[in-house]
Design a protein around this ligand. Sequence first.
Ligand SMILES: *Cc1c(COP(=O)(O)O)cnc(C)c1O
Length: 392
Amino acid sequence: MKNEITRAVIYRKNIEYNLTNIKKNLSPDTKICVAVKADGYGTSALETARVCEDLGIDMLAIARVSEGIELRKGGIKLPLILLSLCSPEEFYDLFEYEITPFIFGNEHIKALDKAAEEFISKGGSFKNGKFNVHLAIDTGMGRVGCRKEEAAETVKLIENSKNLKLSGMGTHFALSDCVEARGLEYTEEQFLNFKEAVDSVRKAGIEPGICHAGASAIACSRPDIHFDMVRPGIIVYGYYADQVDKKYLESKGINLDLKPVMQFETRVSAIKRFKRGQSVSYGRTWVCEKETDIAVLPVGYADGLLRRFSPGLKIAINGKEYPVVGRICMDQCMVNIGKDNKDVKCWDKAVIFGPVNEDGALQDAETLAKLGNTISYEIMTCITKRVPRITV
Ligand SMILES: *Cc1c(COP(=O)(O)O)cnc(C)c1O
């Protein structure tokens, strides 16, 4: 794998840089739960988790039980919170690998309590006698969570259960990365809903535990609504959350510098002369007009280089950008480097995206996302399994 020509280089020092800067901007008593779901947004969950442990991060967030198991098997000891729902068949793994579910719904809670009972009867045990859960509140995201009106009742069910204990409450914002009035207003509405839910639990005489609501956009721009903990993801990997970008933050007097963590690169595997009339790739969408040289790159959509990037995509080779011509194939694509280009040789590095000014990248995943009409999150998580992650 290490010699694979198409690779994703992961800059550990950039994870450290981003986390250090994120921490600097937070009040010292605000806890941090780093989202390492989807293999750390495609970078490498284990590597990010290790940096998090070194830097004293409080918790990690995952989206699949299998992601938690991988981290535990990799030696990660930090508390893990599972953000999405799992199947009842996976409850045993939650206990076994100490994964805290973000739960709601009477049926789920009862089933989890029953499974915990079975776990104990088979000789299993929980650290403090009971299994920790966080209650999810749907304050307007329309995804997981109970409504604020159901919060107190649900918490009572947890507290009255035999084996479960409430150790936190959380919600998720739908429009926190939008700084226009509609975004700010909706976030305010969700914030008030969550506050109401937490207050109702306290009023019922139950301690809500760690309260958390904000992801990256809130973590870097809204200290007033951090509650006890924030759950940043994308900023850890070096990209801003949409409109909550560097410029916007500066306008609020916040200085948060970030560096992209991942570089997606390959190498020129052949250079060929094309004459007028000769074409490149499926569909013959590109036909040579005047004699030129074409470089063949062994990277395609099965590596995560989206087919819709061509036409439009430019790839950097030795400090210059060259256009991809013709359709991107499953495993390869072709770039037009011009006739007798002295700057490009076979086996030279070709960089698709990465931290600009670092190791050959001329664009980052954010720029590429705009071309593909998507977001940096998708660009990174699209990089497939066959692309080795090489940490440097
Ligand atoms: C993915 C996710 C996060 C992190 O989101 P970013 O925008 O990447 O910071 C936080 N909380 C929940 C519930 C999530 O699903």
